[in-house]
Design a protein around this ligand. Structure first.
Ligand SMILES: [Zn+2]
Length: 349
């Protein structure tokens, strides 16, 4: 101690050195912790963010309020997934013009690709990262009635919704344990996503019925816009990808059906007309259906596009009457499956 005190007369450089060391340490620590930016020539390593932003989280959070109704638990496979996962998958959607055609969705994609996976590219994950929904049918062609042998199966189809009358239709179907197929118009779907989600939650099948219900001749580009825009909204709203298409008015030669067939859709016409868009009484509408139905029939009805209270009333006659005859009400995809199962048993080819 005493010896040190003796050296005190020459103090000049030591505090200076200590200050310098301290400054160097502070600089070093600051640089390592990122508090101090050292200008560097632009290079990938210097400009890339240390962590990839969680780009998927923001759209998911902002899009969630659109889904006012949680899908109810039901036996339909797409809805057995947790709803939060379904939402994550459906919000990661590109604008309709960039949406892949249906056949692109059939390509194998990693089933459980992590959505927030770190990536050197800070762009949002592309649409192809989401799990492709299962298409309903691999049948490409036009169907009017399905040959199902003696099995008493019938497919009720409802066009032009979702509509304020749709829940009343659902109620009658539920009462008789009937499944049906709904062909949606994009413009109507846009206005009533909650009703659409209810239709899917109750186990019914969905088809594409164009965006605007226009049925005048159109170019392949216009047809593509009508169909793809609707397909994208169906996926966005329900998480489902449909391979069923019905042209407005059943018109097969205005460009829409050609486009749909090219994309691998099943074009679904009908074999029984209810004529429920005409000013008919419910009893007449019911009679049109009951007179026309045979095994494998596809019945044209409407839940949208106008006041459908007569259709709902007719259903209360049609369903018990056909059920009493032994008919089972199935979706169009189920009818198509029955046909495929029956092919090996066919007596002639
Ligand atoms: Zn229609």
């Amino acid at each position: 101690m005493a010896r040190k005190r003796k050296t005190k007369p020459q103090p000049s450089y030591k505090p200076w050195l200590a200050l310098l060391l301290a400054a160097v340490l502070v600089m070093q620590f600051g640089y390592l912790s990122g508090a101090i930016r050292v200008p560097q020539p632009a290079s990938g390593a210097a400009t890339r963010p240390a962590q990839s932003p969680t780009v998927a989280a923001t759209p998911a959070a902002t899009a969630q309020p659109m889904f006012g109704v949680e899908p109810k638990p039901n036996p339909s496979p797409p809805l057995q997934k947790p709803s939060s996962r379904a939402l994550e998958e459906t919000v990661l959607i590109t604008p309709p013009s960039q949406d892949p055609p249906p056949e692109a969705l059939e390509q194998p994609v990693q089933p459980s690709a992590p959505i927030n996976r770190p990536t050197p590219n800070p762009q949002p994950q592309p649409l192809t990262e989401k799990k492709p929904p299962q298409p309903y049918s691999s049948h490409t062609g036009v169907v009017r009635r399905i040959l199902v042998g003696e099995e008493k199966l019938v497919a009720l189809t409802f066009d032009d919704g979702p509509w304020p009358d749709t829940p009343a239709v659902l109620e009658v179907l539920r009462q008789y344990g009937a499944k049906a197929t709904f062909f949606w118009v994009g413009l109507h779907l846009q206005k009533r996503p909650e009703i659409a989600q209810q239709v899917v939650a109750e186990g019914h099948a969905i088809g594409n019925h164009t965006w605007s219900h226009r049925n005048t001749p159109m170019t392949p580009e216009e047809a593509g816009e009508e169909i793809e825009r609707t397909a994208a909204l169906i996926r966005h709203t329900t998480g489902l990808s449909t391979s069923l298409f019905r042209p407005p008015g059943g018109r097969l030669h205005n460009g829409l059906a050609d486009y749909a067939l090219q994309q691998g859709y099943t074009v679904v016409q009908w074999s029984v007309l209810s004529k429920d868009t005409e000013p008919l009484e419910a009893l007449t509408i019911a009679d049109n259906v009951l007179q026309g139905v045979q095994p494998g029939s596809i019945v044209l009805l409407h839940d949208g596009g106008g006041d459908r209270s007569k259709t709902v009333e007719a259903l209360r006659i049609i369903l018990p009457a056909l059920q009493a005859q032994g008919y089972r009400f199935v979706t169009v995809p189920e009818l198509l499956e029955s046909n495929q199962a029956a092919i090996p048993k066919a007596p002639s080819n």
